[in-house]
Design a protein around this ligand. Sequence first.
Ligand SMILES: *Cc1c(COP(=O)(O)O)cnc(C)c1O
Length: 544
Amino acid sequence: MATNKRIAEATQESLHRIFTIPEAPDSTLGAIEQEISQNLAGFLGNHIVATEQRLTEIEKDFACSAIPEQPSFVSDHMHHLLDKLVAQSVHTSSPSFIGHMTSALPYFILPLSKLMIGLNQNLVKVETSKAFTPLERQVLGMMHRLVYQDNESFYQQWMHSANHSLGAFCSGGTVANLTALWVARNNLLKADGNFKGIAREGLFKALKHYGYDGLAILVSERGHYSLKKSADILGIGQESVIAIPTDEFNKIDCHKLHEKCLSLAQENIKILSIVGVAGTTETGNVDPLDRIADIAEEFACNFHVDAAWGGATLLSNKHRPLLKGIERADSVTIDAHKQMYVPMGAGLVVFKNPAAVAAIEHHAEYILRKGSKDLGSHTLEGSRSGMAMLVYASLHIISRPGYEMLINQGIEKANYFADLINQHQDFELITRPELCLLTYRYVPQAVQQLLAKADDEQQAEINSLLHNLTKFIQKRQRENGKSFVSRTRIEVGRYQGHKILVFRVVLANPLTSKDILLDVLAEQIELAKESETFLPKLLAMTKK
Ligand SMILES: *Cc1c(COP(=O)(O)O)cnc(C)c1O
């Protein structure tokens, strides 16, 4: 009993202490902060991308399901985290980590994040965020202007208007796409006569009222899976997301899109939205947005652009024309946590019409009162952090020309890497970069020659062996931990549209040097030689 009481007292005392900032200059806090900084500096400076420990090994450190009955000292727990967690995490900031859209962050993000977390503002309502609310509205205004380029008086009129929103800030591209389609759905199936609108009466009654046999979302076959999730949640079903074939440049085939629109009209299926992709996740290509806008206009339907990854390209005056037509979209998704170098949790969607969000407006008695400027009345998420501050700060500190340099250099580097691959006799470039993303695979010269003259059946056999070889190399490279590229499967026109496994590279880290790119290829050639079955089999085929 006595020990229990002592533990309770000590817990009570430390509970009080962990909510007050320690005063003593020699406090453990200072020591801990120093240690974290040193550790993080070492971590960030380290060019190794991953540890050698296997996931199943690491799982053993996270196997206990009991919530501790005894408190720990903060400093002790910190050591536990550094040892078990930090040391076993992935170095996404390494310049040789070039496989994903998650990359390095500018140094100033760290202290700013601490400020943001420390203030713990809740953007759902003005009462818990005050200045953060106008700041977020300004960020949405800046991003809206980046896309739509309306004039100054437009922004003066709408940016801080209580009953309007130029956009919605959210946790990422998935929620941004869902929000955009939610707004589109509710505007399409709005109140009409006796019908009180889909938001109140639901999809079943809405379809009956409007006399539609179904709804469809049209996007290229390279569309992001978040659109299917959205269709599921919005009640129209994943199969209502119709994948339109792409051309040899991974862009939506507008002729086929137009044909599909015609046939859906005949089936009495209403198009909820045509989604253009500005920067596909797998190949980084941009759909012909202007032509999609024409088709959306012809069929009087909503036009959304998923620019989660590629939207930041608008910051580059040089490459902005690639996205021409985006300004005709009803809504646009952009992830600041991708090419804007902001940490994760920073997605947003902007709306051409500032009144469009009225279709999803929600009010409650204790917050989000009618006429209030509470951001929560127009967002899917409730409680939200002050992430907009990090976008705001980055836009000021880096500025548009700074972003332009980052974007342009990434694209130049991708083109350099593509040339390198093209000139190398043992590699095959699969998709040319349009932005800073490309795909390729390792194919020894003799195998390339064989592929070129092979019939369909033999081609399939070779590609199947190459599939295994690519997978082998990619896994070994990741396990070795010196560099990291990702892998994906895409249909390739010159192989009769069969799905081909490829390496995927995203060149977003400004510190990735040409030497690193050369090393990545050299390492892949060496790793291929370690394959005891696939490479020998392929080479044997060339000697037949
Ligand atoms: C990353 C991405 C998404 C999803 O964004 P999250 O932030 O991961 O939720 C959607 N669409 C595209 C094109 C993307 O690249």
